[in-house]
Write a protein of this length. Sequence first.
Length: 191
Amino acid sequence: MRLVQSVPSPKAEPIKLWLAKVGYERMQEIADPEKSLNRARENWQKHGRSQKWIQQRMTGQETRNKLTDYWKEHGVKEGKEYAVLTDIIHKEWSGLTVKGHKQIKGLKTQNLRDHMSEAELIFTALAELTTREIAKKEKAVGFTKNKSAGVEGGKFAKDARIKFEKRTGKKVVTDDNFLPAGNNKHIKDKN
């Protein structure tokens, strides 16, 4: 930002104004976090997501945050350990690693959850909620104990997924995504 500000060219002026605007908006969001939630909703709406999908995405994020808060308070190291535990839970419920799930959807750097169907979001949240509740009940501390809770929580969601698929005849994990046309197949929010 300082580099752009130091450029005396009139061509740099629109970039300076944009940076100032974005900086001001982020400062407002720090003072009032609801503004950042509203911005996220608006962005998802612009990408064609339904209100139902947006609500499920935000609920899933809250469930995720409660799980990572538990981990943080109970001896799990942020970064690598969070990633490994997330992968364990995901693989248990879906049969795929996070990377494998992203590959099926044709994603590279995109956030997997932003490309999940409503059902994928719900089963991810179920796995994470169950993991957290099991960890709390077992008073899990550290990576190894939380790993056991993750395996069990993921298996619980897997059992529910299998019953759901059998009853509805629909697969939960799909290759559907929200990538723009041309990048891969593009879906509108069907849920």
